[in-house]
Design a protein around this ligand. Structure first.
Ligand SMILES: [Zn+2]
Length: 311
């Protein structure tokens, strides 16, 4: 089955049993063999690839990081490569990057990951690793204070846990489940244009799973709220980590039992039924009205390719 180019990374072993060992993590952070991915305001620092037509993550050695006088103390452990080298994400602020002498040559360009994914200039593996780093880095930005007592939290397990120094509550990186569904009546599917989309782009419906809901209920509720369509059978199709900020997209096929659309104008600018031929034209960039669909970085693209029979 095809997967989005912004997906799961298989390059590194996350080494969960090892990263809970504080001495081991400290040793990895101080190892000459380790590699560090700098994120400036959560934007990965990249470099031109060997062929000069693509880009890749710019991994810094410990020596390079130390030469810039940037601390690795709160670097986030991503995993071990096949040679046992530890890879870390090292999020810093743009303010620090600007204030660090000699950093400009290392930290330009730092490019927004969504832009990189849409342009497809990184390999899928690099995009996915940068996605893992961005999602984890974003969570740490928002988890510096304890949600229970308000005191400061401290980083543990190489970045996979934080502990409150005052009340001891443990906090773990969170992932937000989102259902994203292709609604079909057999021959047609529903696609929507949201107010925030670029002009002419239509995509599948999506929404957050709420507490007390299963995937099927979330699909039926969201489709009902946004389009007035009643959904019967719901089938899981595929999933995708989506690091904006840290979601898990759960891709489903939703079988419509009704066909009359009642569009929720607050949520959607437009929603309508599309034939397979129309969807195929959108995916191939030749729709007569210039309508487009999301690119291969997004799971919506995988759902649409499945609908037109490409997978
Ligand atoms: Zn606390």
């Amino acid at each position: 089955m095809p997967t989005p180019t912004l997906g799961t990374t298989h390059l590194l072993d996350r080494a969960s049993p090892k990263r809970t060992d504080a001495a081991w993590i400290t040793a990895q952070r101080a190892s000459e063999a380790s590699r560090f991915m700098i994120l400036v305001d959560l934007k990965p620092v990249i470099a031109a690839g060997p062929d000069r037509t693509s880009s890749e993550i710019r991994w810094l050695s410990l020596g390079e990081v130390e030469a810039l006088a940037i601390s690795t103390e709160e670097s986030l452990f991503l995993g071990l490569d096949t040679e046992g080298r530890a890879h870390f994400a090292l999020p810093i602020t743009d303010h620090l990057a600007r204030a660090t002498p000699g950093a400009v040559q290392y930290f330009r360009p730092a490019v927004d990951l969504r832009t990189l994914a849409m342009q497809g200039v990184l390999t899928p593996e690099d995009q996915s690793l940068a996605g893992q780093a961005r999602a984890l880095g974003q969570w740490h930005e928002n988890a510096r204070c304890c949600g229970r007592c308000g005191s400061a939290t401290r980083i543990k397990d190489g970045g996979w846990r934080r502990t409150c120094w005052a009340c001891g509550t443990q906090w773990f990186p969170r992932t937000d489940p989102v259902v994203i569904m292709l609604v079909t009546d057999g021959d047609r599917c529903i696609l929507a244009h949201e107010h925030r989309y670029v002009a002419n782009m239509y995509s599948t419906l999506a929404g957050f799973v709420e507490h007390g809901e299963d995937i099927e209920h979330a699909v039926r509720r969201e489709v009902g709220e946004e389009t007035g369509i009643r959904v019967g059978k719901v089938e899981y199709h595929a999933s995708q980590p989506w690091p904006f900020p840290h979601s898990l997209m759960i891709g489903c096929i939703a079988h419509a039992e009704t066909t009359d659309l009642v569009v929720d104008a607050a949520e959607l600018a437009d929603a309508r039924w599309f034939s397979r031929e129309e969807v195929r034209a959108m995916l191939e960039g030749r729709h007569p009205d210039g309508l487009t669909a999301p690119g291969r970085h997004a799971i919506a693209n995988i759902l649409l390719r499945h609908f037109v029979g490409e997978s």
